[in-house]
Ligand binder design. Structure first.
Ligand SMILES: [Fe+2]
Ligand SMILES: [Fe+2]
Length: 628
């Protein structure tokens, strides 16, 4: 399947929430269905018994029950304890458990309603306000699966350890979400997890508060996503916050909290548990981050660094079989990485996407102009326009196929089938029209079979695919000309609706123009010529005919000719991937070859070459320039 980036809609949200509610209800109540786990006085308990924190009226047995006191307590009776009738806590625990058994369908349904509501809130938020990647069905399924696994871990800890409930390492999941996506999503995940974890102890208010604050604090304090090791101190700091909050709430309920007495028994200490739970969450998040990121549908930084190693077999295959396309990809990588980091997108992911996006060209490299040797005839000369367009468009599908077979993670494969979006291969469409369109074809026959970019990262690569190639035609390489060219390309993509689903804001586009212009100016800056270069230049000029206009004619004879329906200079610039659909005669000569000062190979104006894409307006609206 080409398109795996399906957005979760309302129906998907309802289905996911229903499945989550059913699964969580099972986790919340399954122990009630196991007869051997029913506690009884005089017997040994098979699982840990917990009575949630709350108010209790305690009678003083030595005063004949006349003296009663109002206390807030929690009871934890570890598994394997012999339940004594004389022990007040044991009696209270057995009474609490007998209230839960036998399991009532109404109570289970009530839990299901609460879980379903939480699921709906989370899916609705992700669908409407989440960043683009968390709107994907794949991501939401992964996120809910991770929440379910975390809930099961919490339940098993509560059942089979005698540790205070604050040891639960729930903050690991918000840390993973911060690492893979963003903090806003992590906050909401913290909220939902806090309700779920506390529901195991009848919505224990203290547990809910601690889990919520620890999750939010951990994701807030995890500042540098490039260094996952920071998850450990972030978790520990969140644990310290939880200690402070726990102490304050305890004082509110009980009037006092004895820190020394609490710390004197580390195994039962609430403060140690509050801190330890945060630290453990950070350590767990660090250790299992690769598996967690895979579950969430993201690619780890280590994996991306590995993928961008130029020794990778697939990259070597491309360098060997489609060298022109490989050089184009490498040039794009630098430009795209700088652009992505300027708008807070994942720069390393974009670099990986740039390297792999055109791998489909290795199937039939000669169909792409950048892979033809000088003077080599293009196979398109002999083909019908629609056949040529099919051959060009095939690189999107075959690229995705090769990458998946090569085990490349889906977020990188996504670049292969979104970098042309759903644009039309304009050159061959116009060629077809100019030939009279004898088969009565429509634009749809010439439309790429991919999908529009769904993330900022893929949208940036789509823009850079065009900008990188067009930048080679800008002469002289001045900032204003680069800006104009970039604005034209962005406007053309906007007009065609290609950026509609990308999540790029107008502010992002303005930043992209500034940053890419800066990068291009630096890439194309002039160097001072060596004396021997000056000497050769003078010799070359002397060898030319005396009239510069003749030289100009000779050189300009190799310039591209625009398709008649696309006025020269009005079409947006085309990247080599797009120009791949252009026969060799339309190939731009390298702009660095200058025969004498007045003989620039690229006419200026226009600064933009003809393209097979749809024509851009001659006066593209200007995106305000932001000073950097
Ligand atoms: Fe391409
Ligand atoms: Fe490309």
């Amino acid at each position: 399947m080409l398109r795996t980036r399906i957005r979760a809609g309302t129906v998907a949200g309802v289905v996911i929430s229903l499945v989550l509610a059913a699964a969580l209800s099972a986790v919340q109540s399954f122990e009630l269905f196991i007869d051997g786990w029913t506690p009884a006085l005089g017997e040994t308990t098979a699982v840990t018994l917990r009575v949630p924190y709350g108010p209790r009226i305690v009678r003083n047995q030595y005063s004949g029950g006349s003296n009663i006191s109002y206390e807030h307590t929690r009871i934890i009776i570890p598994a394997g304890t012999l339940l004594s009738e004389q022990n007040q806590d044991h009696r209270a625990a057995v009474a609490y458990e007998s209230n839960r058994r036998p399991p009532r369908s109404t109570r289970i349904i009530a839990y299901g309603v609460i879980d379903f509501t939480l699921g709906m809130l989370l899916t609705a938020y992700l669908r409407r306000f989440g960043q683009n990647r968390v709107r994907l069905l794949r991501t939401q399924i992964g996120l809910f699966a991770a929440m379910l696994v975390m809930s099961l871990v919490v339940k098993l800890m509560l059942l089979f350890t005698g540790l205070p409930e604050f040891w639960v390492p729930v903050a690991a999941l918000p840390l993973w979400v911060s690492l893979a996506f963003d903090r806003r999503t992590a906050f909401l995940v913290s909220l939902v997890l806090a309700f779920v974890a506390s529901s195991f102890l009848r919505f224990d208010l203290l547990l809910l508060t601690v889990v919520l604050v620890r999750g939010m604090a951990a994701s807030l304090l995890f500042l540098d996503r490039k260094h996952p090791r920071q998850m450990v101190p972030a978790g520990a700091m969140a644990g310290l916050f939880a200690c402070g909050l726990f102490t304050a709430i305890s004082v509110v309920f009980e009037g006092t909290f004895d820190v020394v007495s609490d710390l004197s028994q580390p195994g039962r200490s609430m403060l140690v548990a509050n801190f330890g739970g945060g630290l453990m969450a950070g350590a767990l998040a660090l250790l299992l981050r690769d598996a967690a990121e895979r579950l969430l549908g993201a690619v780890s930084r280590d994996k991306l660094l590995d993928l961008t190693d130029l020794e990778q077999p697939l990259l070597q295959k491309m360098a060997r079989e489609a060298p022109g396309s490989w050089e184009h990809s490498r040039a794009m990588a630098n430009l795209a990485e700088a652009a992505a980091s300027a708008v807070g997108a994942d720069a390393l992911l974009v670099r990986a996407g740039a390297y792999y996006h055109d791998l489909g060209k290795t199937v039939q490299p000669k169909y792409f102009v950048e892979n033809l040797s000088p003077g080599e005839e293009s196979p398109h000369e002999e083909l019908e326009p629609e056949v040529s367009a099919d051959a060009i468009m095939a690189h999107v599908v075959s690229g995705a196929k090769i990458l998946r077979e090569g085990g490349i993670p889906e977020p990188v494969v996504e670049f292969a089938y979104t970098h042309h979006g759903t644009q039309v291969v304009e050159y061959f469409w116009h060629k077809c029209l100019n030939a009279g369109n004898p088969k009565g074809l429509t634009e749809e026959h010439f439309r790429y079979p991919g999908m529009k970019p769904q993330t900022k990262e893929t949208a940036i690569l789509m823009l850079v695919d065009s900008i990188e190639a067009a930048s080679r035609t800008i002469d002289p390489p001045e900032r204003e000309k680069f800006e104009e060219m970039i604005q034209r390309i962005i406007f053309t993509k906007l007009r065609n609706g290609q950026l509609d689903e990308s999540g790029l804001s107008v502010a992002d586009l303005r930043t992209l123009v500034t940053r890419m212009s800066d990068t291009l100016v630096n890439m194309f800056h002039h160097r001072i010529r060596y004396p021997w270069q000056d000497q050769r230049r003078i010799s070359a000029q002397q060898a030319l005919p005396s009239s510069p206009s003749l030289a100009s004619i000779a050189v300009r004879g190799t310039l591209p000719s625009a398709p008649p329906s696309v006025p020269e200079g009005r079409g947006p610039p085309s990247g080599p991937s797009e120009s791949g659909s252009t026969p060799p005669r339309d190939r731009e000569p390298p702009p660095s070859i200058i025969i004498g000062p007045p003989l620039s190979l690229v006419p200026s104006p226009p600064s933009v070459p003809p393209s097979q894409e749809s024509a851009a307006p001659s006066t593209a609206p200007s995106i305000p320039h932001k000073k950097s």
